[in-house]
Design a protein around this ligand. Structure first.
Ligand code: SF4
Ligand code: SF4
Length: 81
């Protein structure tokens, strides 16, 4: 079994804790750290690369880097067709 290697670059120095990225993620990749008031990126391999989180961040603190190559490989497995 292979996994995608999507990456999400996050710059905590730029983040102002507005929660917009957290609220925009519909697949539960982004959790919220209430103590530090910062997003936490979990299960990044499940990211749908919709770029919502990157788009809503007015501080330019998030960059989504999809791994299209692994996704293409995954689609070659019958169970994913
Ligand atoms: S949208 Fe940007 S500034 Fe707001 S919490 Fe997310 S990373 Fe931080
Ligand atoms: S790109 Fe979309 S699916 Fe991926 S972490 Fe951001 S909001 Fe969630």
């Amino acid at each position: 079994m292979i996994n995608t290697r999507h990456r999400i670059d996050f710059d905590p120095e730029k983040c102002v804790g507005c929660q917009l990225c957290y609220k925009s993620c519909f697949v539960d990749v982004i959790r919220w750290d209430a103590v530090n008031r910062k997003p936490v990126f979990k299960y990044v391999e499940d990211c749908e690369h919709c770029f919502y989180c990157q788009s809503v961040c007015r501080r330019d603190a998030i960059r989504v880097i999809p791994d299209y190559e692994s996704e293409h490989l995954l689609q070659s497995f019958p169970q994913y067709r």
